[in-house]
Design a protein around this ligand. Structure first.
Ligand code: NAP
Ligand code: HSE
Length: 442
């Protein structure tokens, strides 16, 4: 006999539309896989008059979410509306009513996930959120189900499709930031308020979710050092290209046995970095764990279909399991690898600063006396000459971490500058830099 399952959908925007379409397209396949027919009972929207990209019965559209979360006929609530208000209250009510919930909402998970997951555990229902990180990439399931015997020491990735799309278009097509953002919005990649994307908030929420699954911490305890991509311009893009590299918004999390460090920000990375190959709306997560070693997951991180795929696979997981599998907290442990410390002592930063604010020579002198290291491999700041570029900018590579350099510039009240971690490959011979992009360096 065919089992019927009723769904209540909160939201019919990019993701909600994808869910409705995919459920229709693949209903036969789902039926043959699970013997279940999934029926959409009601859909919550803001504006019932709005034109929709998918055909739905007018009667299914409602503006009162309680008609879904209080309806005893509805088995699974799918939250794809975004934000905290009213999503938090509706998800909480749904769980309290004994309904399973699937959500794509990273902000909700990062800010209220701990409480909602506990509620789901107490009520013996599922709260699944694969679509909240990495769009169609099964990264949550991988951490939860396929790496549960591993201990993860670091995560590094590209977690925002909008920023990656913008940076790719700027680098490859010479697009302006504004036009690339408009394209990402038109494609349905961006958040309702794209500030969340371009200021690195969306990637921070995702990183918090992953870190709370990978390390012995809860998302409420986590702080992310964050920088957005709005200051990146064509000069930075050209420098990166000349140096055989690209600029990417990189999210990083590591655990040293005591604390977890999280950062999201643009970095200049060499083309040899696996993240350099991740283009447009694709995302990637590089997981470092003690048994498996390095694991790289790549896929479309935003957009209607990849996200709908993750939402529907969560529904399938719920329908296949009568017993929710609850994630146990991870016990503290000590990673034996100290790559992080080694790296930071050899850090380089890219600096762009307006020439009229600090004169070239005095800047070079100040930076050199402040940040040069003396020893076997003396590390001196380097002026960069992007020949094509006759602007007011001074461009430099400075042998110090971006945090230290930024703090120093703030202390000096310097203005109109940009600092990015520079991860290019540099090596030294008798105090001189040896590099394949040396023609860009004087
Ligand atoms: P969206 O296109 O802006 O759609 C939001 C939907 O929710 C719309 O149908 C809207 O109604 C409805 N809605 C919003 N606030 C409401 C309220 N207060 N009351 C009733 N209905 C309300 O958003 P989306 O891109 O589909 O994203 C949805 C969620 O998925 C967000 O959490 C987002 O971060 C996450 N996500 C998105 C993507 C992506 O690629 N877009 C990928 C992964 C995760 P109207 O249609 O009437 O305005
Ligand atoms: N706005 C998000 C992004 C959607 O661009 O990555 C996917 O979470």
């Amino acid at each position: 006999m065919i089992r019927k399952v009723q769904i209540g959908l909160l939201g019919l925007g990019t993701v909600g539309t994808g869910v409705v379409k995919a459920l229709r397209e693949n209903s036969g396949h789902i039926l043959s896989q699970l013997g279940v027919s999934i029926e959409i009972n009601k859909i919550l929207v803001k504006d019932v008059e709005k034109e929709r990209r998918v055909e739905v019965e007018a009667l299914q559209l409602i503006t009162d979410g309680s008609l879904i979360v209080d309806d005893p006929e509805i088995d699974i609530v799918v939250e794809v509306m975004g934000g905290i208000v009213p999503a938090y209250t509706l998800v909480k009510k749904a769980l309290e009513s004994g309904k399973h919930v699937v959500t794509a909402n990273k902000e909700l998970l990062a800010k209220r996930g701990q409480e909602l997951l506990q509620l789901a555990t107490d009520r013996h229902v599922h709260l699944l959120y694969e679509a909240s990180v990495g769009g169609g990439i099964p990264v949550i399931r991988t951490l939860q189900a396929y790496l549960s015997a591993n201990r993860v020491s670091s995560l590094r990735g590209i977690l925002n499709g909008t920023c990656n799309y913008i940076l790719t278009q700027m680098a490859e097509q010479g697009s302006s930031f504004v036009s690339a953002l408009a394209q990402a919005q038109a494609a349905g990649f961006a958040e309702a308020d794209p500030t969340n994307d371009v200021e690195g908030l969306d990637a921070s929420y995702k990183l918090m979710i992953l870190a709370s699954m990978a390390f012995p911490v809860t998302s409420g305890e986590l702080q992310v050092q964050r920088q957005g991509i709005t200051e990146i311009n064509e000069v930075d893009m050209t420098v990166a290209k000349k140096m055989d590299g690209v600029i990417k918004l990189v999210a990083e999390a590591s655990y040293d046995g005591e604390s977890v460090t999280l950062s999201v920000g643009p970095q200049m990375i060499p083309n040899s970095d696996p993240l350099a190959r991740i283009r447009d709306e694709f995302n990637a997560v590089l997981i470092q764990a003690d048994v498996v070693g390095d694991l790289l997951l790549v896929g479309k991180g935003a957009g209607e279909r990849p996200t709908a795929s993750a939402v529907i696979e969560d529904m399938m997981a719920i329908l296949q399991s009568d017993n929710p599998r609850f994630r146990k907290p991870i016990d503290p442990w000590t990673p034996n690898d100290s790559t992080q410390q080694g790296e930071s002592s050899r850090s380089w930063s890219y600096l762009r600063i307006k020439r009229d604010k600090l004169q070239e020579e005095s800047l070079l002198e100040a930076v050199t006396s402040k940040f040069s290291s003396h020893g076997a491999d003396e590390r001196l700041p380097l002026m960069l000459h992007a020949n094509h570029h006759a602007s007011d900018d001074i461009l430099m590579l400075v042998p110090v971490s971006s945090t230290l350099l930024s703090d120093w510039l703030k202390e000096k009240n310097a203005r109109d500058w940009l600092v990015l971690p520079f991860k290019g490959e540099l090596s030294y011979e008798k105090g001189k830099v040896v590099t394949h992009f040396s023609e860009a360096i004087s």
